[in-house]
Write a protein that binds this ligand. Structure first.
Ligand code: SF4
Length: 580
């Protein structure tokens, strides 16, 4: 991974390809690399859909190696949703394949002068770009099927659906999984709209003929990887809970804690959540004959295997095992407890290329605004179909919760920096509220997952319903996460890393054996800080101030049942998160 592929989509005579060495970006990977390039090369005040924005797609530092769990792909740009810097990452196969082909990043620049769609094919022989107007307004599933027919089933794809082509701010970028299905999404912040603005429908990656990336010290790498795998397997969350029930194991846990946002963040418990819990979902999958939750990774080298397959009532494939965030967004947050309807919404989101969190939050805001009744699953499905069709209503909804709330006159709009909050109410879990408020990304649980220490006693224990200790907790997590997001490691390794010092050391050893460096844990911490600093600096230059690091005011005024608690972390304390 020693080269950057730059494609100027706006060059005279059609897209121009340039491959160059990493140069000043050497040593960066994943989020570190996307944020470094965006921060340095994108004018912070540019229009996110204009020619000056860049879409950066970067495998992690360890992607393409045999390091377990290292297949995460980062996507960065200036976000059309937040107006700030964005990094969204996804699993699936593309990261491992790009790593093996030697690309540290693909940078899409410029903008086609005409309304032309392109496909980019990358293999051992180089890069080929062709017009692909025949793919216009196809969903991700049909697009991938056409690529499979043309290039075989050993490829992986990075693609957009109709939402990305329409440049909607909730548009995602799909990565194909091990079964070559477009189920793993860089979901947040409208990254799909930027790919659409660049005129790129799909990137096809074929790694045939390429070898695994070799570590600098193979013996040390092998030993560290062994320790690493053992550490992940022995932790109860990554070794038992996630493999058995997937991420949806959290439905009952968060509901029990009274922090499960219900009906557009009005309540902290959803009476019928059992119908959509991970336990119910796993039993249903077994009954319908799908691949059970215990057997499915989203990319090669995953040993946690939190994913699975959701079959419909006829035993036919419908979608991947629905993730907790999606089950919540389209479920409890909209008052819906019909698991089949929620799975259908997941399928539609994946096909149209939409962020499931943003869409669920948006539909709940629309319900609050009287567009449909809470609990009406059929209406919710039809609203997503409006987005896919590109009707005026669909385009409003596809622009996200903030726009939808404004259009329909709703006060209760759960967004920070215009990005919708995920599946944890910040009044019941105040540490995650600090992360939502302050991360440069807009409300994002993965930027500093305080839920672990607040609710599960992982990585320490901090009372979720008092303000004490939340700022420090979120700060430390945001720093660690920025570093982990640069390695290509799936964030679900964090439970083992935070609780087991030996496992953390194994990760450091793995990086050192692979790169030939002699990093310490402190060095990784410093890397995390420098990434956050770059991202914050971009946002400042884009016009963000401390006033953007706040939750909507109703979280301070409306008490959340059943614990009747408001968000109590003071503004002046939020302003200390990055004061290290
Ligand atoms: S743990 Fe889950 S999300 Fe992470 S790599 Fe494995 S299947 Fe993908």
């Amino acid at each position: 991974m020693d080269k950057i592929l730059r494609i100027n989509m706006g060059a005279d005579g059609g897209p121009a390809i340039k491959t160059e060495p990493l140069g000043d970006y050497a040593g960066f990977g994943g989020r570190g690399l996307t944020s470094a390039i965006v921060s340095k090369e994108v004018p912070p005040l540019c229009h996110p859909l204009g020619e000056d924005n860049k879409l950066v797609i970067a495998p992690g530092l360890l992607s393409g190696s045999t390091a377990a769990m290292s297949g995460r792909l980062s996507v960065g740009c200036k976000s059309p949703l937040t107006g700030g810097i964005k990094e969204a990452n996804a699993g699936g196969q593309p990261s491992q394949m790009l790593g093996r082909l030697g690309y540290a990043a693909i940078v899409l620049e410029g903008k086609p002068k005409e309304n032309t769609l392109y496909k980019i094919v990358i293999n051992k022989d180089g890069v080929d770009i062709q017009e692909a107007n025949d793919l216009c307004m196809l969903g991700n599933y049909d697009t991938v099927d056409k690529m499979k027919a043309a290039y075989g089933d050993k490829i992986s794809c990075i693609s957009i659906g109709q939402a990305g082509e329409m440049k909607l701010s909730a548009a995602s970028i799909a990565c194909t999984d091990m079964e070559l299905r477009p189920t793993r999404h860089a979901g947040r912040g409208g990254v799909g709209a930027v790919m659409g603005a660049k005129g790129v429908k799909v990137i096809v990656i074929d790694e045939a003929g390429m070898k695994m990336r070799e570590p600098k010290d193979p013996d040390k790498f092998k030993a560290a990887n062994k320790e690493w795998v053992a550490g992940i397997r022995k932790h109860p969350v990554s070794g038992e809970g996630l493999p058995a029930y997937g991420t949806n194991v959290l439905t009952n846990v968060i509901n029990e804690a009274g922090a499960y946002p219900t009906k557009n963040f009005m309540w902290g418990r959803f009476d019928t959540c059992e119908k959509i819990s991970g336990e119910t979902q796993a039993a249903l999958e077994e009954e319908r004959g799908g691949k059970g939750a215990a057997t499915h990774g989203c990319h090669r080298g995953c040993i946690i295997r939190c994913s699975g397959t959701f079959m419909n009532k006829d035993g036919q494939y419908l979608t991947k095992q629905v993730e907790y965030e999606t089950m919540w967004a389209h479920g409890g947050n909209c008052g819906i407890d019909d698991i089949d309807a929620i799975a259908m919404m997941d399928r539609l989101d994946d096909d149209f290329g939409l962020d499931t969190i943003e869409m669920g939050a948006t539909i709940a805001v629309a319900m609050d605004g009287g567009i449909a009744e809470f609990g009406d699953a059929e209406a919710a499905i039809n609203l997503i179909k409006e987005v896919g069709k590109g009707t005026p209503l669909g385009r409003i909804l596809g622009s996200g919760a903030a726009v939808t709330g404004q259009v329909f006159g709703v006060e209760r709009v759960p967004v920070v920096k215009k990005q919708a909050m995920p599946a944890y109410d910040p009044r019941g879990i105040m540490g995650i509220g600090v992360t939502y408020a302050t991360t440069p990304m807009g409300a994002d649980h993965t930027s500093g997952y305080a839920v672990g220490a607040n609710i599960m006693g992982v990585g320490g224990s901090v009372d979720p319903m008092t303000p004490e200790g939340q700022v420090e907790l979120s700060r430390n997590l945001q720093i660690t996460t920025a570093a982990v997001d640069s390695t290509g490691m799936c964030l679900f390794i964090a439970f083992a890393v935070m609780d087991q010092p030996d496992t953390f050391q194994a990760l450091v050893d793995l990086i050192n054996a692979f790169t030939g460096q002699s990093l310490t844990a402190e060095d990784l911490t410093e890397q995390g800080k420098s990434i956050l600093k770059m991202e914050r600096d971009f946002n400042t230059r884009a016009g963000f101030t401390e006033k953007d690091d706040r939750l909507p005011e109703y979280f301070k005024k409306e008490a959340l049942p059943p614990h009747n608690v408001t968000f109590q972390v003071k503004d002046e304390d939020l302003d200390q998160v990055f004061n290290w």
